[in-house]
Design a protein around this ligand. Structure first.
Ligand SMILES: NC(=O)c1ccc[n+]([C@@H]2O[C@H](COP(=O)([O-])OP(=O)(O)OC[C@H]3O[C@@H](n4cnc5c(N)ncnc54)[C@H](OP(=O)(O)O)[C@@H]3O)[C@@H](O)[C@H]2O)c1
Length: 261
């Protein structure tokens, strides 16, 4: 039987990319789209709002959410019980503590996967960056993370940049919050040892670029990922969706799905 998928944020950029791939796949079925009241899908498909999504959820195996934090919160509030026994994949970034709390509650009833980036390449990069953070010690190498995204992106630094920062910090046995620095301006003083700097470029149609730069006294190592098409994230999300079907309630990670340890 085909895996039945409900798309939250179904008329957005990622929603449209996912709907196209789902429709083209023999083993997947698109159950419906959740989005803003009154909106329609790219082919004129009907759209439902979270508060009225119950009948769609009853026919769903996996919910995939690429929307906005407030919209995801509405879905979790309105349909908490209907998520029982299903899988929930969240790609939305910029989640605040209120949504994180709701997701922690949801993982008691359904299989939850939250990934700031669903591309296989970025997940491999996360693992490489953690290793580099461990081997290129804070006393010798400063780390700056530079990301670029299209002009419509609403959060900064990107969720992927923050995940990369967490990976460097983990490699150095530090918490990101202790060493994070968002941009620089004015008389900043000398750079403290161990700081991890974040810089966000916004403009044009850039799908997503991330550069993790290790700056030493005499050399520089750069680890970079450039996404050329959002199909990359959609394909990774569908790979994860296939893996998540029928999993027990709890929290899962892309690293686990990709065998990255
Ligand atoms: N994890 C990953 O691999 C990955 C990859 C790409 C993007 N993302 C993240 O996925 C999310 C969506 O990205 P996108 O590029 O698809 O964005 P998008 O084109 O803006 O799509 C989001 C959709 O959700 C709707 N929406 C947003 N806020 C809403 C609200 N408060 N009430 C009702 N509907 C609302 C939008 O409707 P309107 O257009 O009417 O506002 C839109 O249809 C972002 O958080 C982005 O950072 C993650």
């Amino acid at each position: 039987m085909a895996t039945r998928i409900l798309l939250s944020g179904g008329t957005g950029r990622m929603g449209v990319a996912l709907a196209g791939l789902i429709t083209a796949a023999d083993d997947l079925e698109l159950v419906g789209l959740l989005d803003r009241e009154g909106s329609t899908g790219p082919g004129g498909e009907a759209v439902e709002v979270p508060e009225r999504a119950g009948p769609l959820l009853d026919r769903t195996d996996v919910v995939i959410d690429f929307s906005a934090p407030g919209f995801l919160a509405r879905l979790l509030d309105a349909q908490a019980e209907r998520l029982d026994g299903r899988a929930l994949l969240v790609g939305t970034t910029g989640l605040g503590p209120d949504v994180v709390e709701r997701l922690e509650a949801a993982q008691g009833r359904c299989a939850v996967l939250v990934a700031a980036n669903f591309s296989v390449g970025v997940n491999v990069l996360l693992s490489l960056v953690e290793q580099a953070g461990r081997l290129l010690r804070a006393e010798q190498y400063d780390v700056e993370i530079v990301e670029a995204h299209h002009r419509h992106k609403v959060d900064a630094p990107s969720g992927t940049a923050l995940a990369l920062g967490h990976a460097v910090a983990a490699g150095r046995a530090r918490q990101l919050d202790e060493v994070r620095r968002d941009g620089r301006s004015g008389h900043t003083g000398a750079r403290p040892e161990g700081e991890i700097g974040f810089h966000a470029l916004r403009g044009g149609g850039v799908v997503g670029e991330h550069h993790v730069v290790f700056l030493g006294g005499s050399d520089r190592i750069e680890l970079t990922h450039v996404a050329a098409d959002r199909a990359l994230f959609a394909e990774g999300a569908l790979l994860a969706a296939r893996w998540m079907v029928g999993r027990a309630p709890g929290r899962y990670t892309m690293a686990e799905i990709l065998g990255l340890g």
